[in-house]
Design a protein around this ligand. Sequence first.
Ligand SMILES: C[S@@+](CC[C@H](N)C(=O)[O-])C[C@H]1O[C@@H](n2cnc3c(N)ncnc32)[C@H](O)[C@@H]1O
Length: 368
Amino acid sequence: MGRKDGGSVESTPEGDANREIGCNVLEQLRQLTSVDDITELRDRLGAILSSLSDGRNDILSECGETPPLTKSSLIRDIGQIMRSRTIERARYYLDRLIREFTESRKMGISDIDLNRWKEYGDIITDSLWLFKGRDRSGAHNGKYWGNFVPQIPYQLMRRFTKRGEWVLDPFLGSGTTLIECRRQERNGIGVELDQEIARIAVQNIEKEKNTGNVVTAVVKGDSTSIDYAELLGKFGIPSVQLVIMHPPYWDIIRFSNDERDLSNSPSAEHFLSRLSQISRNVAPFLDEGRYLALVIGDKYSGGEWIPLGFMAMNQVLPAGFRLKSIVVKNFDTTRGKMNRKELWRYRALAGGFYVFKHEYVFLFTRKG
Ligand SMILES: C[S@@+](CC[C@H](N)C(=O)[O-])C[C@H]1O[C@@H](n2cnc3c(N)ncnc32)[C@H](O)[C@@H]1O
């Protein structure tokens, strides 16, 4: 796993020692920029590497405005310079390493520092998300039938928001998004139709520490008709920077008896038109260029595979969005199907179909 944002070396004797080591290394690297001979450069880098081998702490130093560099990445980068065949290539890597120490290159929509891009081992950039199980750390629990794994909001917030920005979830359910908001120090507003589920969400969220003192508000309401201008106004904001939508997958799980609940839609057309309404309702309140994520899967009905995910995607696009990515995420056997795994396998063999093992995360950005 890689870094999490914003770590800094505490002012402890060990932290101070590491800071000194880091600043020394930086000074030595700067001196190397005037070396013309590749052999001399390699020798001097080798000496720096040896000087680093005895310290224990992996976090090295913050020299200047940038967050601390990890020792492992420094060692890796020095190795890369030493393997360069020409002095020009070595200088190129050396300059880049010095920039990693001293400069940040932020993207504007996240806290990711592109000068440290190799350090974000926890952030997925492939379109296939394979999670071994659900993250159960902190207040996260898998009790709500139909919740998503916390790794989904984690990935989305880390890549597409900065600390202190605002996330909106129009289908809050048990509160996973807002628990993750507290953990990632993002403000969050979640709308949930069902009173009882909203109450459980509040309970779940309150179990998570709120070290960043962010807002995590649960609002009982219908996302198709709720007045988002008024709702956001209550928090003194005109818009949000990320929307995460995890609607019911039409009628696969019935969440309530309320006819406004999307899971009670009498037909796929009705479900899709309600989803379209929600997308249009939310769109004006997402900042231009910012992300909306739609998490949804397909379903079977009457012996046919219904590509509900792609149908839903087509409802969001005309609401003012550009498609950025389609992520396929593995899907653990749901609690309902767990006991009937063998039966599903038999049915799949007999019926000539495949058992669902994936769902989608559609990623859109708001057009101007
Ligand atoms: C798939 S679940 C979301 C689960 C959530 N991501 C979590 O991790 O707990 C969908 C939720 O949308 C809610 N819902 C359905 N129709 C709604 C509507 N019109 N407005 C607001 N919430 C709605 C359901 O009650 C249900 O809790």
